[in-house]
Design a binder for this molecule. Structure first.
Ligand code: GUN
Length: 292
């Protein structure tokens, strides 16, 4: 069994990006600039955005954090997005989700210029991804594909089971895994809350990508010997022994599943660190004008 070290790969990718940025700057281009909009004070969102700002520093990017009170109106938020769309210094930006309930998230996503949508959430980017056109691929699916690529994991002709059909992980990763590409070229089955016999389907899988948000869902009896298991789960579960009061739990019963696998990602330290570095890759792409 080989552990897939997302922390190590993420550090390598960020170092590569930093080298590319210094080359760009030496050649007279401006530094890539990522902006982030944060509404309210959700603890998880604060942490994610702080990590994104730190990753920008590591990559040599300029970053801007625009904070708004949770009572901001939808129109005010749409105006802030329009301003970023029109700001030629900003190469890409994200609106950290979730947003307060009075704001229509889809409306907000669709207000972002697809050419600056480095989260890859805009329907134009999602659609372009699904037919294999240049686009911004959302961070988690892109991070998973990068891990498979860097560990040289053969996906061609393999049976891949994706657990979960969310718009930001399950659907796009299923789409990428079946695309005529490397990694890709897999035969993909997507399981969700209405799928009967999930355990049986998983037992047939060469590759399992678990993105349900259900701690410990994938148990050893669901995994065939030699399978590759990618755990996208990051559910916060109470843990009074930790200073934070919680720990992150994956969707896989790691202790019992790992001995059966050829490769497995841990939680934390697997897919998680890769997501932010995918966002950095998209920002560099946006700054290089290689997509739009
Ligand atoms: N909230 C949780 N994950 C993400 C993400 O990847 N992008 C944004 N914008 N918000 C998130």
């Amino acid at each position: 069994m080989e552990l897939i070290d997302g922390k190590k790969v993420a550090a390598e990718v960020k170092a590569e990006i930093a080298r590319d940025v210094e080359k760009m700057v030496t050649e007279g281009h401006k530094r890539p600039h990522l902006a982030a909009i944060l509404v309210g004070h959700d603890g998880g969102s604060e942490t994610y955005v702080a990590s994104k700002v730190k990753a920008c520093e590591e990559c040599g990017f300029k970053s801007s954090l625009l904070r708004f009170d949770e009572n901001i109106t939808q129109d005010e938020l749409l105006k802030a997005i329009a301003d970023l769309n029109n700001d030629s210094d900003v190469d890409g930006f994200i609106v950290q989700l979730p947003l307060p309930r009075h704001i229509d998230e889809q409306r907000v996503i669709e207000a972002i210029d697809p050419g600056k949508d480095v989260d890859g959430f805009h329907p134009v980017n999602v659609g372009r991804m699904s037919i294999g056109l240049p686009c911004f691929i959302s961070a988690t699916p892109s991070g998973i594909m990068e891990l498979l690529r860097r560990y040289d994991i053969d996906t061609r002709g393999k049976r891949c089971v994706v657990l979960g059909r969310s718009n930001i992980v399950g659907k796009p990763v299923a789409s990428l895994m079946q695309q005529k590409a490397n990694p890709g070229n897999a035969t993909v089955t997507v399981c969700h809350s209405a799928t009967p016999d999930i355990a049986e389907i998983c037992r047939e899988a060469d590759i399992i990508i678990a993105a349900l948000g259900h701690p410990g869902f994938v148990t050893a009896d669901m995994v065939k010997d030699g399978a590759v298991v990618i755990d996208v789960g990051t559910t916060r579960v109470a843990d009074p022994t930790r200073k934070s009061g919680f720990r992150l739990s994956g969707d896989v019963d790691f202790e019992n599943v790992a001995p059966k696998c050829s490769y497995i990602t841990p939680v934390p330290g697997g897919v998680g660190p890769m997501t932010i570095c995918s966002l950095m890759k998209n920002t560099l792409l946006a700054a290089s004008r290689k997509v739009y």
